[in-house]
Design a protein around this ligand. Sequence first.
Ligand SMILES: CC(C)(COP(=O)(O)OP(=O)(O)OC[C@H]1O[C@@H](n2cnc3c(N)ncnc32)[C@H](O)[C@@H]1OP(=O)(O)O)[C@@H](O)C(=O)NCCC(=O)NCCS
Length: 183
Amino acid sequence: MNFKSSNESATIFTELMIPSYANFGGKVHGGILLSLMDKVAYVVATKHSAAYCVTVAVEGVEFINPVEVGELISVKAMVNYVGNTTMIIGMRVESLNPKTGVVKHTNSCYFTMAAKDDQGKLMQVPGLEINNEKHLRRFAEGKALKEFSKAKRKMLKSDLNHLSVEELKVQLKAEKVLFASDL
Ligand SMILES: CC(C)(COP(=O)(O)OP(=O)(O)OC[C@H]1O[C@@H](n2cnc3c(N)ncnc32)[C@H](O)[C@@H]1OP(=O)(O)O)[C@@H](O)C(=O)NCCC(=O)NCCS
């Protein structure tokens, strides 16, 4: 099997936040950041796999601090884990106010990217060569995340399906929800 170090595909990308990225409140749209992160995830995944890649899932997106126009956003990303046909790309996003030098942690998350061949079929990705403890821990976390995400999908699909409408209404009665009289 072919193995590659995550250092070969690790990427840091920086972009200036321009006024057209802002929402009505003057802060940068979360969607702009997601789009930027998706591109960086693609770069890392395609470098590791030497293949066309697609985004399968994104876990753990939280916008911890708002991003202002004029700030520099840096996305640091690397392959944390590889499965058979997918890779988990871990990333940390920081904003830098270039005038004050203040750096804020904006977001950390995980993109699952799949490699596809020229026929659009999933293909095996190279294994990951681990050279230090930090990367070893990230690989173990990636494996745990993959299992957690699989369990979550299973739970969302099946666990609530067996409940009747009446049972669901009882379960949700303390929530902020108004049931139509004919439900
Ligand atoms: C995601 C996709 C590849 C799964 O295909 P599938 O044939 O159902 O996949 P399988 O169940 O055989 O799983 C294949 C791999 O995907 C992973 N996977 C499948 N669904 C997943 C999900 N929702 N989240 C994370 N990983 C997932 C599996 O764990 C497996 O990983 P591994 O090969 O590394 O072990 C397929 O649905 C797809 O191509 N989706 C469209 C992706 C796309 O076009 N993205 C661009 C968005 S516009």
